[in-house]
Design a protein around this ligand. Sequence first.
Ligand code: NAP
Length: 490
Amino acid sequence: MPRESSFVNYEQVNQRVLLLRQAASPKRMNTPARIAVVGAGPAGFFTVAALLKAVPGARIDLFNRLPAPYGLVRDGVAPDHEPIKSVSRVFAKLLAREEVRYFGNVDVGAGLEVDVLRGLYDQIVYAVGSQRDRRMRVPGEGLEGSHAATAFVGWYNGHPHYRDRRFDLACRRVVVVGNGNVALDVARILVLGAERLARTDIACHALRALRESRVQEVLVLGRRGPAQASFATPELKEFGGLEGVSAVVDESDLALDAASRALAESDRVRSRNMEVLRGYARAGPEAGDRIVRFRFLVSPVAIEGREGRVSAVRVERNGLEAGKDGVLRARGIGETERIDCGMALRSVGYRGEPVPGVPFDERLSVIPNEGGRVLGAKGRPAPGEYVAGWAKRGPSGVIGTNKADASETVAALAVDWEEGISLRKGRRNAGGRPSGVTEALRERGIRWIDKDGWARLDARETAAGKEQGRPRVKLCTVAEMLQAAYSPLP
Ligand code: NAP
């Protein structure tokens, strides 16, 4: 049967799987698939959900680099956005399914080689996200006080890799570069005030530092205009309702050229964002408030320092120019300006990180794929290997976007499985037994956390949270997490 480059109609796909199933021999149908899903973030969990529906009887092993699951729901979503985190209740139900095993604290590709997984499973789905930050490539980016916003996010959310970072909040002004939702998150956390944050699951070290913060103004810079910003309207609007915070934008910054006006008028989100920004321009700041100031059509050309520390960001003003593809791009007009600040956060997007032994497209920063089928040597599909989420399409969309994305990948996997395409090759049918991965982990001296271990760690964090009137108090080092996971509950 010919391959399709992508699946748009899931009903048709399901129909196809059904037909293939009816045509298959009963013997094939009695050989449950053993599937490894690498990455226990939203893409991994939505993949598990789709697999449970599309591949009956499948035994699914879910691997995660950190001991605790949930990926960006735990380490990315801002602590004050509790309702967004409630999706973890759906993930917990999936984790509880008997067909699903959990292996936290397993670094696939480093600690556990991908070739080992290839030998143990019929299919592998990589749902490893985009773990690296992007750079602006301007002088001074390496100065102390110049950080990736992703590191700041990891730090305040208690991600163990960022636990020991230092963010000096003794300065009055912080510059945030970028016009996406991460820029809004970091700006909001910087001005929200410790009292509000103290009711959240923010990491204790970040709460302590933010209590002492002297930051009075956060400047959010867009290299293009307000009509091109990638803000979600509710997130932008939120600044209007924050106690002790004024959102500020200069009316002149909201003037649109004809092409931008057409763009804003043709798109509901953009036109609503413009309305919100016009409201901020009209209202102006309240005396004594902390300020979040939006500026547009400026690009950093250098980060300047004094004694090795950030002291200013030099920006160049931009115009907009349509490319051959019709997209309006920023172009410097030669006028520069110096903005004094004590910290600069670049919020210019995430990048994928290669998994050793798995194909990687450096230019697009994703695992090369066709509708979720990993493309290997000479661009041919690698049988039995799939990708979902940011590692598949790049860092875009909200958590829910990963649901349809994972369904597409799993539809491809299900069709392949029915067609006999997998990593199983000539191996004997395992008769539905789980894979022998635990032996491989033991041989490598890897201490993994299973479902019970995660339940103990989760119980400890939530119990500590209850004492403080918070949803949980996160353990922020791998050692602490392992200890909690391995110790019996009191
Ligand atoms: P993003 O939405 O892609 O925004 C990146 C921003 O960086 C864009 O404004 C981009 O400008 C700008 N940029 C890129 N390179 C730049 C450079 N060299 N100089 C100046 N500006 C530059 O990425 P993100 O904010 O990291 O968010 C990632 C994804 O997570 C998004 O899909 C986002 O919606 C999602 N997310 C959602 C929420 C939420 O729903 N609450 C919260 C956080 C994140 P151009 O447009 O000009 O390229």
